[in-house]
Write a protein that binds this ligand. Structure first.
Ligand SMILES: Nc1ncnc2c1ncn2[C@@H]1O[C@H](COP(=O)(O)OP(=O)(O)OP(=O)(O)O)[C@@H](O)[C@H]1O
Ligand SMILES: O=P(O)(O)OC[C@H]1O[C@H](OP(=O)(O)OP(=O)(O)O)[C@H](O)[C@@H]1O
Ligand SMILES: [Mg+2]
Length: 282
């Protein structure tokens, strides 16, 4: 059985379970379940704290896990990314009250509050900045108002939490993060069970970001039309009963679908339809 670590709380938990469900795996029905065996797919899911997942995977007791890139790097665990999942996207940044510092080079002698000590200590050391780091479990934005630190380093998505605390980002992002699948560094990459799992998740990613587009167009417009809808390999072109017309079918990126439909229509294509893709293997 493939043993997989899944986040049990926080921003990663819901979207990770939703993606696994879309990929055809059983998921737990209630948040108190810590282990779930999916015998049909020969997979065992362990619902763990997101922060602990890289540690379990690096120990070799679990084959793979879903976590955030920032959590993986912060843990310093011996594990590596093998697939990016596109959710829980964020940046990791320093923030201060306006006027505190012109940039991270001015942080010398200051205290930086963070839940990600590993990332911050390494970044400060790499930049040669002599600042202290204080670890807080969460809500670190409040540390400045309460005088525990002059600077924070935290996850930023919309920036709302920073604005509400009267803070502004300073310096370039330390890193960009998203949910990722990880395995122990150097684990063999030809394990068929892992490969099948990754193919299923890749299928979900493609199904989420592409739609199927069908349309009819005149033969003389076909080349221009297929240049708008080249598909992943090549579009399917079938003859229509109506002489001089063909039907075309191709996958197109979902977020470009409306623009492509406008362009096809302007070219003379008609009966332009898009349909959702529920699952795929490329
Ligand atoms: N607002 C957010 N937007 C996008 N990703 C986020 C956000 N907050 C946290 N993350 C991501 O979620 C992961 C953090 O997991 P964690 O369980 O700490 O999430 P959390 O939402 O902060 O939960 P908790 O309530 O336990 O603090 C990191 O990879 C982080 O980048
Ligand atoms: O830029 P924003 O869209 O405001 O999102 C970023 C905030 O979201 C997370 O906090 P969370 O709600 O998980 O609370 P926490 O600080 O207790 O982890 C993160 O730690 C930031 O505080
Ligand atoms: Mg949090």
């Amino acid at each position: 059985m493939l043993r997989i670590a899944v986040p049990n709380k926080g921003s990663l938990s819901g979207p990770a379970s939703a993606m696994l469900h879309e990929a055809g795996y059983q998921q737990r029905k209630e948040s108190k379940e810590l282990v779930l065996v999916d015998p049909v797919n020969e997979v065992e899911f362990f619902y763990l704290r997101p922060r602990d997942i890289a540690i379990y995977v690096s120990s070799g007791k679990l084959d793979i896990g879903i976590t955030g890139r920032d959590l993986l790097l912060d843990s310093g665990a011996n594990a590596e990314e093998i697939l990016q999942l596109g959710f829980a996207r964020s940046t990791f940044r320093y923030a201060t009250r306006p006027g505190t510092a012109a940039g991270p080079a001015d942080f010398g002698g200051m205290t930086i509050a963070t839940s990600y000590e590993g990332i911050v200590a390494k970044h400060l050391a790499d930049q040669g900045i002599d600042a202290s780091v204080v670890h807080l479990d969460g809500a670190v934005e409040t540390a400045v108002e309460l005088g525990v630190a002059q600077v924070i380093a935290d996850v930023v998505e919309t920036g709302t939490s920073l604005r509400n605390a009267g803070l502004e980002v300073i310096g370039e992002p330390i890193l960009t993060s998203e949910a990722v699948v990880i395995r122990r560094t150097g684990a063999p990459d030809d394990d068929p069970k892992v490969q099948q799992f990754l193919r299923r998740l890749q299928g979900v990613l493609v199904a989420r970001s592409y739609v199927m587009m069908d349309y009819d167009c005149r033969v003389e417009h076909l080349e221009r039309a297929v240049s708008l809808t080249p598909g992943l390999e090549s579009p399917t072109v079938s003859p229509l009963h109506h002489e001089g017309w063909v039907a075309v079918r191709a996958m197109v990126p979902a977020r470009e679908a409306q623009r492509i439909m406008d362009d096809l229509y302007a070219l003379g294509a008609r009966a332009i339809l898009t349909t959702e893709i529920h699952a795929c293997r490329l």
